[in-house]
Design a protein. Structure first.
Lengths: 215, 179
């Protein structure tokens, strides 16, 4: 532990070098430690500069054409405009657990300013949804990692409207993780998780592995 | 980015032209194989396209977002490859580097910043540079590095902290500028 009593986790966190369980614990710690939040912010700026040190190569022939062809073929449905929660973008990593058997997922969503968080168990998958002040987090335990070239995608349903893509997350080898749901979840009636091709999709293509109903 | 939000694939092509080579170079540095790096870049830009409505300027530049997507995906691919095959990842013969050629002002500035970052990294004590490079470009966790280097995990994290702190001082505002 350092002289601050917070350990050296900020640098390892910014570099993506903590194990999944450590990420979860450190992110909980960050909620109450301004010193570590400042360190993470500073170190994240440094880490974001590291790609600049890489030797630069020309694009392989044909890659531009393949990417643009795929983009043009992609359905034009727009994701709802909100701050993105992209893995690692703000160095808050999507830590999820990998244990082969049971799936336990907790989703935390905030609804009230005075009554504390509301906890909701998922009807599909073992899950808990906690709601507090319009914010939501997904806590995952024992969720098997997605197959190669797959990723988990989280969706928000409002009333009878189609599910809106929210965020992507992967699973590494720990047995518990929290995933913050970006944006405000007021009006959300169901939270779903599906397994999708890497990169995510604009519409679910598979049956949900997790369903939590907020009613 | 506003045009991309509206679904303008031509505007997206401009973004790809501006950042594609940097994305590929980072992916190739991490994956070590041309084919894997191409897949990573393709997936990262598709993710960017699909998530375009969620871009928040306040949280960083488009370039930072793209390179973070690439880094995350490349490390995932690398770890998967290492888990399913031998750890013998090697260069497959890609050798061409971008020519100096005629540089735009933006590109010249970028190369100047790149030289600054490279210089700052090279100035680090070897043991600090080692853990930072292995973690970021190699995708190793601190516990894996501790085992590999036969030193305590706390020492690995301490070296990371010291190294990033020194880089922070050396880069100063340059680190902020890329965000």
């Amino acid at each position: 532990m350092s002289e601050r009593g917070c350990g050296n986790d900020a640098a390892a966190y910014a570099l993506g070098a903590l194990d999944a369980a450590e990420v979860e614990a450190f992110e909980r710690h960050l909620e109450s430690c301004a010193v570590c939040r400042d360190e993470v912010a500073e170190f994240s700026g440094v880490v974001a500069a590291l790609p600049m040190a890489v030797p630069q190569h020309p694009l392989p022939r044909g890659l531009r054409r393949r990417v643009l062809r795929e983009i043009r073929a992609d359905p034009p449905t727009l994701a709802k405009r909100r701050p993105a929660r992209v893995p690692g973008w703000t160095m808050q990593r999507f830590a999820v657990a990998a244990v082969a058997a049971a799936v336990t997922v907790g989703i935390v969503v905030g609804v009230s300013s005075g009554g504390g968080p509301r906890l909701i168990r998922a009807s599909v998958g073992q899950a808990t949804l906690r709601v507090s002040s319009g914010r939501a987090d997904l806590v995952v335990e024992h969720l098997p990692p997605p197959p190669s070239h797959k990723i988990y995608e989280l969706w928000l349903e409002r009333g009878s409207g189609p599910p809106q893509p929210s965020t992507l997350f992967s699973v590494s080898n720990a047995d518990r993780a929290d995933i913050g749901v970006p944006g405000n979840v007021r009006g959300v009636t169901r939270v779903l998780v599906t397994e999708e091709p890497a990169g995510g999709t604009s519409r679910p293509t598979d049956a949900p592995v997790i369903v939590a109903t907020l009613s | 980015m506003a045009h991309i939000y509206e679904g303008d694939s031509r505007a997206f092509a401009v973004v790809f032209d501006r950042h594609g080579a940097a994305a590929f170079s980072l992916a190739y540095r991490i994956c070590g194989r041309r084919g894997l790096a191409e897949d990573v870049v393709q997936e990262a830009f598709l993710t960017l396209w699909r998530a375009r409505g969620r871009y928040d300027r306040a949280r960083g530049s488009v370039r930072t977002w793209i390179l973070t997507l690439v880094h995350h995906r490349a490390v995932d691919v690398l770890r998967h490859e290492l888990a399913t095959s031998s750890r013998d990842i090697h260069d497959d013969g890609l050798s061409a580097l971008l020519p100096a050629g005629e540089l735009t002002d933006a590109e010249a500035e970028r190369r100047s910043d790149a030289a600054l970052v490279r210089g700052a990294i090279e100035e680090l004590p070897a043991e600090q540079r080692q853990v930072i490079e292995l973690a970021y470009f190699g995708g190793f966790t601190h516990s894996e590095l501790a085992e590999m280097l036969e030193i305590p995990a706390g020492t690995v994290k301490g070296r990371m902290r010291l190294g990033l702190g020194k880089l922070r001082l050396a880069l100063g505002e340059a680190a902020d500028a890329v965000l």
